[in-house]
Design a protein around this ligand. Structure first.
Ligand SMILES: NC(=O)C1=CN([C@@H]2O[C@H](COP(=O)(O)OP(=O)(O)OC[C@H]3O[C@@H](n4cnc5c(N)ncnc54)[C@H](OP(=O)(O)O)[C@@H]3O)[C@@H](O)[C@H]2O)C=CC1
Ligand SMILES: O=C(O)C1=N[C@H](C(=O)O)C[C@H](O)C1
Length: 255
């Protein structure tokens, strides 16, 4: 079998650097391009004949990078944050259009978090959500992170909200008036709090409460090495998964 040719977008960044090293060390993968800010993404991918582009850039450019990669005929693995229903919808349409017009069976895998502890924490939280009156999410990160709340926290809160709605649960008890910033962001009715602290990498706590009891689910990524097995798995999977996949839980068969 021939190697999967991988290009890394955002190659000089914190995640990009580790991803390049992980791809170089992985059996059956070949690192063929390191793409950085200012490069023409589509041209770089065509020149390198990349099969898969891995995007660890910034929220402002990640969607444009994915469209450029698809136009260059590459599958895409996305770790960058900043996605919403509208941007994911445009990528799904792009994939369908390519398939219909050119028979291109390309895949895009967007994962808010590649760490196993985070994926499991999100899965467990979604399962627990229906059994508790209250739920809140606290994410804690290094202070160089440019967005808040984290993509992982948004994904977690959205899954909790879906599980609550499916179970017929209404709004959570909360007597605070509107407009209190200290209550955090409202993600589909679930409060999300963001801590930025030197020394941290990426951490999340999901708190559930009932009268007289509490459940806390916590995960810690102490090192970006924790994301690499998931990134490599995603690269191997995306080439045989046409269409849009959101969340590594689908690849791990946890959904
Ligand atoms: N899914 C997951 O498991 C994880 C996701 N992330 C997410 O990944 C993203 C990157 O995080 P991190 O590595 O810490 O951030 P960094 O800021 O360290 O890296 C981002 C890199 O992208 C580069 N860049 C900016 N614009 C472009 C462009 N148009 N084309 C190519 N490269 C570009 C930047 O270059 P320059 O500095 O020159 O602008 C920089 O080198 C964030 O959204 C973060 O939340 C992070 C960890 C895990
Ligand atoms: O910026 C980071 O560092 C991280 N970003 C992702 C997110 O926003 O969820 C994943 C992880 O939390 C690390």
């Amino acid at each position: 079998m021939t190697d999967i040719r991988v290009a890394v977008l955002g190659a000089a960044g914190r995640m990009g650097t580790q991803t390049c090293a992980a791809v170089e060390a992985a059996d059956g993968l070949e690192l063929v391009a390191r793409v950085e800010a200012g490069d023409d993404v589509a041209q770089a991918l065509r020149d390198a004949r990349a099969d898969v582009a891995v995007d660890f850039t910034v929220p402002a450019v990640t969607e444009a990078n994915v469209h450029a990669a698809l136009d260059a005929g590459a599958h895409v693995v996305v770790g960058t944050t900043g996605w919403d229903d509208a941007s994911r919808g445009r990528v799904a349409e792009h994939l369908e259009r390519l398939d219909a017009d050119q028979g291109a069976r390309l895949g895009v895998l967007i994962a808010p978090n590649f760490g196993l502890s985070a994926v499991l924490a999100m899965t467990f939280a979604a399962k627990a959500a229906r059994y508790f009156e209250s739920a809140e999410v606290v994410e804690l990160h290094h202070p160089d992170k440019v967005d808040a709340p984290s993509g992982t926290a948004r994904h977690t809160a959205a899954a909790i909200a879906r599980a609550r709605a499916d179970a017929g649960l209404g709004p959570m008890p909360d007597a605070t008036d509107s407009g209190w910033e200290a209550r955090g962001a409202d993600v589909d009715g679930v409060r999300v709090h963001a801590v930025r602290l030197r020394g941290l990498v990426a951490h999340e706590e999901i708190l559930f409460g009932n009268a007289g009891e509490q459940l806390v689910i916590r995960q810690d990524s102490f090192d970006r090495a924790s994301f690499m097995p998931g990134v490599i798995l995603a690269v191997r999977e995306v080439v045989r998964r046409p269409g849009l996949t959101v969340g590594l839980e689908n690849v791990l068969d946890l959904s």
